[in-house]
Design a protein. Structure first.
Length: 105
């Protein structure tokens, strides 16, 4: 029996299962702390599937913060041909790594 849910956080949607770890946009939680995701779009347990419109009322997915950090460096390069215009900038997005502990039945 597969048990999973689809949640929304940070403007993105993630498919999560119990015991699974994934990275999301920075959350206001300390390392080792608990987080809850209340924007559950879909919850599935075997053949039983619940779909929200847009969210499932009263369902929350619980997780534990494993790590926090900054992602890989992204390069932003602006260039205009024939004018000697070149600008180089970089960005590192902050993230929170979360392990899912509980999914609604």
């Amino acid at each position: 029996m597969s048990k999973f849910a689809i949640i929304e956080t940070g403007g993105k949607q993630y498919r999560v299962a119990p015991g699974e770890a994934f990275m999301v946009e920075k959350l206001p939680a300390a390392k080792g702390g608990n987080v809850t995701f209340d924007k559950v779009l879909l919850a599935a347990h075997g053949d039983q599937v619940e779909v929200g419109t847009p969210y499932l009322a009263g369902k929350v997915v619980e997780g534990r913060v494993i790590d926090e950090g900054r992602g890989e460096r992204k390069i932003i390069f602006r260039y205009h041909s024939k004018t000697r215009y070149r600008k180089l900038k970089t960005h590192r997005q902050k993230f929170t790594k979360v392990e899912i502990t509980k999914i609604p039945a």
